[in-house]
Design a protein around this ligand. Structure first.
Ligand code: HEC
Ligand code: HEC
Length: 202
């Protein structure tokens, strides 16, 4: 019961702050187009600069909240621990009896501010981004041991076309979307790979 009430109060607070957020910033800001990096002649420098631009998305709360370093998802613009208390469980879909899908439906449910997607669950722990530098995340997402066995081509495809990643730009009422568009983000990642996929210093 306490949890339920806390949830209700939480939802009310979110709806109030949600209005403030949408009044303040309608979107999460822009991304520089790939062409604006053409003037950087060094291939490595260009790759690093492109990844840093893509990092505005990768390190946004919309992505990091689902790529936490611990057992619990994160919430909000400040990436606080998920309320109510839920855990990843042994398959990243929540504990038995408290699956993510108990509350998260196949689409956003704006009246209660609950985000949704048919595949809603946590990124596995080896894909944790929270608390890591952009350079560390970069090395990790290139590493097939830690990125779900993806080569660079599959990684570009995942970033550009995956619909769970795409949720970041359609996060529902009261949440700031990831910067730019998924298409622009996919183009930055593709150009980064083309330039040799160098990473920022860790
Ligand atoms: C609802 C939770 C959720 C959100 C939100 C989310 N992810 Fe993920 N992410 C996952 C899951 C689950 C996997 C593992 C999927 C798989 O292996 O097929 C994953 C895997 C990935 C991977 C591949 C593995 C790696 O190296 O980490 C990338 C890249 C990725 N996500 C990018 C993003 C980006 C960019 C965003 C934000 C725009 C984002 N994700 C938002 C849950 C999420
Ligand atoms: C008991 C209900 C409930 C369960 C179970 C639940 N959630 Fe949530 N979740 C919510 C509510 C309500 C919100 C919206 C509150 C907010 O964003 O501040 C939310 C928000 C989130 C967010 C925040 C998105 C963002 O970027 O702000 C993430 C990530 C998330 N949940 C992941 C999960 C994952 C992963 C699971 C399963 C391990 C899960 N949740 C299980 C109720 C639940």
């Amino acid at each position: 019961m306490r949890g339920f009430l806390a949830c209700l109060f939480g939802a009310a607070a979110i709806i109030t702050t949600g209005i403030a957020v949408s009044a303040r910033s309608v979107d999460g800001g822009g991304l520089r187009p790939v062409s604006s990096f053409d003037t950087i002649s060094g291939k490595k420098e260009r790759a690093v600069a492109l990844f840093q631009e893509a990092g505005k998305v990768i390190q946004s709360p919309r992505c990091v909240n689902c790529h936490p370093a611990g057992d619990r998802p994160l919430q909000g613009e400040d990436s606080h621990l998920h309320q109510p208390l839920v855990v990843r469980g042994d398959a990243d879909i929540g504990a038995v009896g408290m699956r993510c899908t108990t509350c998260h439906g196949p689409t956003n449910f704006d009246p209660a501010n609950i985000p949704g997607h048919p595949e809603w669950h946590l990124a596995p722990i080896e894909m944790a981004w929270a608390g890591k530098s952009l350079g560390e995340i970069c090395e990790q997402i290139k590493d097939p041991e830690r990125n779900g066995g993806k080569d660079l081509k599959e990684l570009v495809h995942h970033m550009a076309d995956d619909s769970l990643v795409g949720w970041g730009w359609h996060p529902g009422a009261g949440r700031v979307p990831a910067p730019g568009t998924q298409k622009e983000f996919g183009e930055l990642i593709a150009a980064w790979v083309e330039a040799g996929a160098a990473c920022p210093a860790p």
